[in-house]
Every structure is written in C-alpha cells, then in structure tokens.
Design a protein around this ligand. Structure first.
Ligand code: ZN
Length: 53
C-alpha cells in the first residue's frame, strides 16, 4: 500500500527541496516533519540536512 511512511528509495521531483535526517537518513519534503522526527526518535539530537536537486 502506498503510505506516507514509505521510505524506500530516494527520488525527488526536479527542483523540489528535500530534507533528511542526518542520523538515520529519514527524509521528507517537509522540514518540520524531519524536525519532529528528530525530536521523537533522536531525543532532539540530530541534524537536518537539505538537498536540492
Ligand atoms: Zn532519524
């Protein structure tokens, strides 16, 4: 099923910014999603990495 939590493969639409967790590689198109992920899974310790294709 297609879920919002799908984390297989890293593909971006051209020109879209992508945010990723430097700790484990989780990524999202939304910076706040990665920020919340870090807060929840890494106790707020982690870096958000940005990619722009
Ligand atoms: Zn992470």
């Amino acid at each position: 099923m297609r879920g919002k939590k799908a984390a297989v493969g890293i593909y971006t639409l051209s020109g879209k910014p992508r945010w990723a967790c430097a700790m484990c590689g989780m990524y999202s198109y939304h910076k706040y999603s990665v920020k919340r992920h870090i807060e929840n899974l890494h106790n707020g310790i982690g870096n958000i990495v940005s990619f722009i294709d």
